[in-house]
Design a protein around this ligand. Structure first.
Ligand code: NAD
Length: 486
């Protein structure tokens, strides 16, 4: 297909759909077929400036100021309904862009309205307080006010879900937004902009600029009109984004990577644990920030448990992500696939034993896709790179343990602290472990569950701030203290 035949997207600035000012594009590729299927505008500094000017103009407009929290809530509810109606369409686009299973993306897209509804409901429930000062002649109260313009930067693995986690609280709190999706998966966000445009928000409430991270993303995080930068992505990028944001005293929230432990005790329901461990690492081909990439299993059951996992991994059906019986799709990008291969090679050279996988499949029907087999490694140590660095692929490292103290030490011995799984039927142990693990989310006898009203975020190098739940809306607001001498 020549470039002339491809679908051409436009950016969304100030309520208008526009080309990049220098008319350049980035090709967006289907990782299953290897084919380019659309062109995404490659924005530049002028486009970014225009987006921020539009967002600021909107924020200062009488129209925005008269949009009370209740009215914002109503519009957000309307948006939720429209997304629900378009969930299948948007999920197909995401699958086409990042290669994740259609059934998974569809489930994810169908869950998005719940976030908009939740924050729509919160919009008019954020209250200030009256402070009981010692000076009784003074009335002192607080107002919670929006920040202004919020810059949002999102990754490729769950483009619209992760955009929603920022947009819904940001707009509910009364901010306007400039959003940049990943250059690999911008199409669904630009389709979302069309849906958003129909809802009736003032022009400039949401602006979507597309382009590369090191150019457009960098400009977003540096922009003097950005009052907050909300970022999801890798740690190294997060560090740059945070430094840029802080340099002009913008607030910053970061949702970064992980090296999450999944810990299985001998007293657990081992059938449930087996499924939890498999889904925890191989769902989305391991390309989730909370992938349970380190399995700690109690030594007394380790051999048999590993044997079962290896058999389960062998049975996982790789293939066309749009088909209902496919269980694992390709990696999203060629760079991502290379990274997975390199990490497994490093692990091998450091002494790891590949129990299953450890290579690309050779089946001819998978040859065009960026596939890597589900991989399980044993004979690893927690200090090896495979156990310390985020692979973001279908690679599980297994380490046996003998005691609770030992496993807590190993589980916490990482720079990350995003998610953790604990599998046990011992209630006291479950609570003890939940308190001892240094991570923002602990799942006991389940894994990877999220909800619009439950906080999500990382300890240590996994991030700053929380998305979802009550805390999220406060992260998009600032507090004013008002003193009145009576
Ligand atoms: P990435 O850091 O490469 O890119 C994320 C976004 O940042 C993209 O939009 C990209 O264009 C932009 N970007 C790149 N360089 C930039 C720069 N110099 N300045 C500003 N923006 C820049 O991450 P990715 O590969 O898209 O996503 C994978 C990473 O995201 C993994 O580390 C994963 O763990 C993390 N992630 C975290 C969560 C979470 O909620 N904690 C969720 C999903 C993914």
């Amino acid at each position: 297909m020549g470039q002339a035949d491809l679908k051409r997207y436009q950016m969304y600035i100030g309520g208008e759909f526009v080309d990049a000012t220098d008319q350049s594009y980035i090709e967006t590729i289907n990782p299953y077929t290897g084919e380019t299927w659309a062109l995404i505008p490659q924005g530049n500094e002028t486009d970014v400036d225009q987006a921020f000017s539009a967002a600021r103009k909107c924020y200062e407009s009488p129209e925005w100021r008269s949009l009370t929290p209740t009215k914002r809530g109503k519009l957000l509810r309307k948006l939720a309904v429209t997304i629900e109606q378009n969930a299948e369409y948007l999920a197909k686009i995401e699958t086409q862009d990042n290669g994740k299973l259609f059934k998974e993306m569809y489930t994810q897209l169908k869950s998005i309205p719940a976030w908009f509804e939740y924050f729509a409901g919160l919009a008019d429930k954020v209250e200030g307080t009256v402070i009981p000062l010692d000076r009784q002649s003074v009335l002192n109260y607080t107002l919670r006010e929006p920040l202004g313009v919020v810059a949002c930067i999102t990754p490729w693995n769950s483009p619209l879900l992760l955009a929603t986690w920022k947009l819904a609280p940001a707009i509910a709190a009364g901010n306007t937004v400039v959003l940049k999706p990943s250059e690999y998966t911008s199409a669904s966000t630009l389709e979302f902009a069309k849906i958003f445009d129909e809802v009736g928000f003032p022009k400039g409430t949401l602006n979507v600029v597309t382009g590369y991270g090191h150019t457009v993303g960098d400009l977003l995080s540096k922009h003097p009109l950005a009052n907050k930068v909300a970022f999801t992505g890798g740690g190294e990028t997060g560090r740059k984004v945070a430094m840029n944001a802080v340099s002009h005293f913008a607030k910053v929230s970061l949702e970064l990577g992980g090296k999450s432990p999944n810990i299985v005790f001998a007293d657990a329901d081992l059938v449930a644990a087996e499924s939890g461990v498999i889904a925890g690492i191989f769902a989305a081909s391991g390309q989730t920030c909370v992938a349970g990439s380190r399995l700690f299993v109690e030594r007394s059951i380790a051999d048999e448990f590993i044997h079962k996992l290896v058999n389960r991994a062998k049975e996982i059906k790789l293939g066309d992500p749009t088909l209902p019986d496919t269980q694992m799709g390709p990696a999203a990008t060629a760079a991502q696939l290379r990274k997975i291969e390199e990490y497994v090679d490093i692990a091998r050279s450091e002494g790891a034993r590949v129990r299953v996988g450890g290579e690309r499949p050779t089946d001819p029907e998978l040859s065009k896709g960026l596939f890597y087999k589900p991989t399980i490694l044993t004979d690893v140590h927690n200090s090896m790179r495979i156990c310390q660095e985020e692979v973001f692929g279908p690679v599980l490292s297994v380490i046996p343990f003998d005691s609770e103290e030992e496993v807590i030490k190993m589980a916490n011995d990482t720079q990350y602290g995003l998610g953790a799984g604990i599998w046990t039927n011992n209630l006291k142990r479950a609570h003890r472990m939940a308190r001892s693990i240094e991570s923002g989310i602990v799942w006991v006898n389940t894994y990877r569950a999220t909800a619009f009203n439950s906080p999500f975020g990382g300890y240590k190098s996994s991030g700053i701030g929380r998305e979802s739940g009550l805390e999220a809306i406060y992260d998009f607001m600032q507090t004013k203290s008002v003193w009145i001498e009576l």
